[in-house]
Design a protein around this ligand. Structure first.
Ligand SMILES: [Zn+2]
Length: 90
């Protein structure tokens, strides 16, 4: 059985010296199932949007408390900032 992933870039391939150890480990302990849990923008539903960071004080200013642990795409975050800034002082 070939345990070396075939569709990866050369830089991602397992070092050939590690393959025997890896095969032994897989046969002894089994494989760990991998499931990709995508990040989803809480506003528009974009799947795996580009992640970005903003300072905490800015995030707290523009994102309401119940959504602060959510993921927002840059487009939605920028839209939220624009809406809040436009209505500031109303
Ligand atoms: Zn979005």
């Amino acid at each position: 059985m070939d345990y070396v992933p075939l569709n990866l870039r050369d830089t991602d391939r397992m070092d050939i010296k590690v393959v025997p150890w890896w095969q032994w480990r897989v046969e002894k302990f089994g494989r760990v199932p991998y499931i990709h849990y995508p990040n989803i923008c809480a506003v528009c539903g974009d799947v795996d949007p580009e992640l970005f960071m903003v300072p905490h004080n800015e995030w707290d200013r523009y994102v309401e408390p119940r959504m602060r642990n959510s993921i927002l795409c840059k487009t939605c975050y920028t839209r939220i900032k624009t809406i809040i800034d436009r209505n500031e002082g109303v």
